[in-house]
Design a protein around this ligand. Structure first.
Ligand SMILES: O=c1ccn([C@H]2C[C@H](O)[C@@H](CO)O2)c(=O)[nH]1
Ligand SMILES: [Zn+2]
Length: 137
C-alpha cells in the first residue's frame, strides 16, 4: 500500500472516530477500509446502555461498505488512542474474514500515526469462511 492510500484511511478513520458514541467506556474508535473499487468506508463504535448491544467501529465500516455495494476489503485501519496498538476484537476479525483474504492488511493507528501492521491470517489463523460451504458464497 502506498502512503497516499494510508493517508486517506487515516483521514476517514479520524473523522468518523469523532462521531463515536462511547459514553460508557470513553474509548472512541474509528475504522476505515478500502474496498475493491478503491472506495473508502468508515464506521465508529456505537455503545448502548445495555452494554452487550454496543457495536464496534469495524462492524460499522463493514456495514457501510456492504450498503454501498462493496464486497471486498483490500485494507482496514483501526484508529484509537491507547497505550498499546488496538486490533479488532475476535468477533470483528471474523467479520473482516467474510470479505477479506489471508494477506489483507489490518492496520492499527493512533493520533501519532501507524502503530502496527498485521495480515488477517496473523490475527485469525486457520479461520472459517465462505469457501467452507459446498455451495460457496
Ligand atoms: O477494535 C476495537 C476495539 C474496541 N472497540 C470498541 C468497543 C467498545 O465500544 C469500546 C471498548 O471496548 O471500544 C471497537 O470499536 N473496536
Ligand atoms: Zn469488534
Amino acid at each position: 500500500m502506498t502512503e497516499p492510500d494510508l493517508d486517506a484511511l487515516f483521514t476517514a478513520a479520524s473523522a468518523v472516530r469523532g462521531q463515536a458514541h462511547a459514553p460508557y467506556s470513553g474509548f472512541r474508535v474509528g475504522a476505515a477500509l478500502r474496498d475493491e473499487a478503491g472506495r473508502i468506508h468508515a464506521g465508529c463504535n456505537v455503545e448502548n446502555a445495555a452494554y452487550p448491544v454496543g457495536t464496534c467501529a469495524e462492524a460499522g465500516a463493514i456495514a457501510a461498505m456492504i450498503a454501498a455495494g462493496g464486497r471486498q476489503i483490500r485494507a482496514i485501519l483501526v484508529l484509537a488512542d491507547s497505550p498499546a496498538p488496538v486490533t479488532p476484537c475476535g468477533a470483528c476479525r471474523q467479520r473482516i474474514r467474510e470479505f477479506a483474504g489471508p494477506d489483507t492488511p489490518i492496520l492499527s493507528g493512533d493520533s501519532s500515526g501507524l502503530r502496527a501492521r498485521y495480515t488477517l491470517d496473523q490475527l485469525l489463523p486457520a479461520s472459517f469462511g465462505p469457501e467452507h460451504f459446498v455451495h460457496g458464497s
